[in-house]
Design a protein around this ligand. Structure first.
Ligand code: HEC
Length: 102
């Protein structure tokens, strides 16, 4: 009876190793859709946002709109405003999909 000790000994560590590899992808910055969901949908449905998206408003126009939303009371910080304006104006794939315009 001959048994190799190396490979079976490593096997239990494999799921943990894969978990560590996958973890950093979910950390860090919020995606645009996550921002939209958490910052923009407390006062109105996404239809308002999606219909403006359909009209292909520019990043500049979106920046102005988000400014108006902040005046209405939206809680969006500087970085989030910049990120949202550029992905809404830039036709971000995830946002288009969220609005079913992909
Ligand atoms: C505190 C409430 C509130 C929040 C939060 C809010 N909005 Fe609004 N939004 C309004 C109101 C009120 C109107 C209608 C009045 C108007 O047009 O200014 C509106 C209208 C709009 C319109 C249509 C008018 C236009 O300028 O084209 C868009 C687009 C829009 N919101 C996008 C957003 C986005 C993007 C966010 C997230 C960054 C957001 N809203 C968050 C209150 C809010």
């Amino acid at each position: 009876m001959k048994r190799s000790t190396h490979i079976p000994a490593m096997l239990p560590a494999l799921p943990l190793f894969l978990l560590l590899l996958a973890a950093p992808a979910s950390a860090g910055q919020k995606s645009c859709v996550e921002l939209l969901k958490s910052r923009c949908l407390e006062c109105h449905y996404e239809t308002r946002i999606c219909s403006k998206l359909k009209r292909r408003a520019s990043t500049r126009a979106w920046n102005g709109t988000i400014g108006a939303m902040i005046r209405h009371g939206a809680k969006v910080n500087k970085e989030e405003r910049k990120q949202l304006a550029s992905c809404l104006g830039g036709g971000d794939k995830e946002v288009l999909k969220f609005c079913k315009q992909d």
